[in-house]
Ligand binder design. Structure first.
Ligand code: PHE
Length: 458
């Protein structure tokens, strides 16, 4: 694990929020909401954040705070044996698979930043923006090169162990991103037909709430809050023992949800005003955002600033994603080396290299899978990129969260020396008790029921 702690409570909250706020909010949330009924999706999503997301953020922070370990050592440390080690394996697998497609989209952001700098989107029509994006995702080489940029940058941050700098960056970035997004909201609301977009996003049509919509909303909630794969355990490990985990979690979840809702308020009015289709899928943000930015006063400056902020927001997420795998490799190799003296433990640099190489390989496969010619990279009609996106959010992260909630609820006592209610009085004590009941009963039951319904088993 990186050895520099966070300089302040705000710094830690901002860093955790930096992991949570990323492409999940600005790229993924609008397109998944657009495909799943707009307002109906938003309603189910918000319910998932309150009932599942919030307690799960607290759960991961708690695992880190009590164990002082990353995902690899945490379960062994808290349980005293290897019985829950499969959970750390799941965290590793999920982090590698998410990186596979997340870096592709981060590469799109870097490409769009480069294009914004040379003013490519100036005076492009709706159709031209769509054709431009379609052309781009069919140029494998360009996509691969642009995916390499964030992979190298992320690996460099982890290699030089400059997480402190990232904490500082998050503190500036987050407010700046919020201000930029609010300016965009104001501009978008002045467009013709914008109310139609707001109606689509805020007016729930209950007939659209299907089991699949609920499954998608749950997956999006886990993905957006970075839960169910150990990323937040790392931040928890830096929390002082007295820090109240539940309150920190509320701050992170509120910030993350605010950014996602703002993204919806920006994208949907523009979708209806410019005549795009809300069900465009993964390309939605990349065809609508340049059109909006062109309408801002100072379009060139606005575009460059926005795409720069988006790239940094994506990088603060990729750093926390890659950290899970890197910390895992360091700790697992140390563990093996203790058992077998012939095995040499991997140091942090070698682990970063190893994880970066594996990430490059999977990212390249995802890029290649996007052209129609690569049928061997499609499974059941879905290319590898879509498949990884879907499997990680809708299945692996909820499963990881299910395991972690059961672990904490049954392995970490409520009362006593190490209990959750330790030092808790008054209202805080009640919050702890409600939290424990939620992770003991509500979360496992809700996740299992959503799975069974979503998979058509019930
Ligand atoms: N939550 C991040 C986002 O919304 C993605 C992420 C998932 C980051 C899991 C770290 C771990 O973009």
């Amino acid at each position: 694990m990186a050895n520099n702690a966070f300089s302040s409570k705000v710094g830690l909250i901002m860093a955790a929020a930096g992991s949570a706020v990323g492409l999940g909010n600005i790229w993924k949330f609008p397109y998944v909401a657009g495909e799943n009924g707009g307002g109906a999706f938003l309603l189910v999503y918000l319910a998932c954040v309150v009932a599942l997301g919030l307690p799960m953020v607290a759960t991961e922070f708690l695992i880190g705070q009590r164990s002082r370990h990353s995902a690899f050592g945490a379960f062994r440390q808290l349980n005293g044996n290897n019985r829950w080690q499969w959970l750390s394996w799941m965290c590793l697998t999920t982090s590698v698979l998410i990186m596979g497609f997340y870096f592709v989209v981060t590469g799109w952001c870097f490409n769009y930043l480069a294009e914004a700098v040379v003013n490519t989107f100036h005076a492009m029509s709706t159709d031209q923006l769509t054709a431009h994006f379609n052309g781009f995702i069919h140029s494998d080489l360009r996509m691969m090169l642009f995916s390499l940029v964030p992979i190298v940058l992320t690996a460099a941050v982890l290699w030089f162990d400059v997480n402190k700098g990232i904490e500082q960056l998050s503190k500036i970035l987050m407010p700046l991103l919020l201000v930029m997004m609010i300016l965009m909201v104001i501009r978008v609301l002045m467009l013709d037909n914008s109310m139609q977009g707001l109606r689509f996003f805020f007016h729930p049509d209950f007939s659209k709430i299907t089991p699949n919509v609920i499954l998608e909303a749950m997956g999006q909630c886990f993905f957006s809050l970075s839960i169910g794969m150990g990323a937040l355990i790392t931040y928890g490990a830096y929390m002082p023992p007295k820090q109240r985990v539940v309150y920190t979690s509320v701050q992170v979840a509120v910030l993350d949800t605010l950014v996602a809702v703002l993204a919806g308020v920006i994208i949907f009015p523009a979708v209806f005003s410019f005549g795009f289709n809300p069900e465009e899928g993964p390309k939605l943000a990349f065809i609508v955002l340049p059109a909006i930015l062109e309408q801002m006063s100072l379009p060139w400056f606005s575009s460059v600033l926005f795409f720069s902020l988006l790239c940094i927001a994506a990088l603060t997420s990729t750093i926390s994603l890659m950290e899970v795998s890197v910390a895992y490799m360091v700790e697992v190799s140390e563990h093996w080396a203790k058992k077998n003296p012939r095995i040499k433990p991997l140091n942090r640099h070698k682990s970063v290299l190893l994880v970066a190489v594996v990430t490059i390989a999977i990212t390249s496969l995802c890029v290649l899978s996007m052209t129609d010619a690569r049928e061997w990279l499609s499974f059941g009609g879905h290319n590898l990129f879509d498949l990884l996106d879907d499997i990680t959010s809708c299945y692996l992260m909820p499963l990881g969260a299910l395991g972690m909630s059961i672990f904490v609820a049954w392995k970490m006592p409520l009362e006593g020396e190490n209990g959750l209610t330790q030092n808790a009085k008054g209202l805080h004590r009640w919050v702890c008790i409600i939290y424990q009941q939620m992770i003991r009963w509500i979360i496992p039951i809700v996740i299992v029921v959503i799975f069974l319904y979503g998979l058509d088993i019930l």
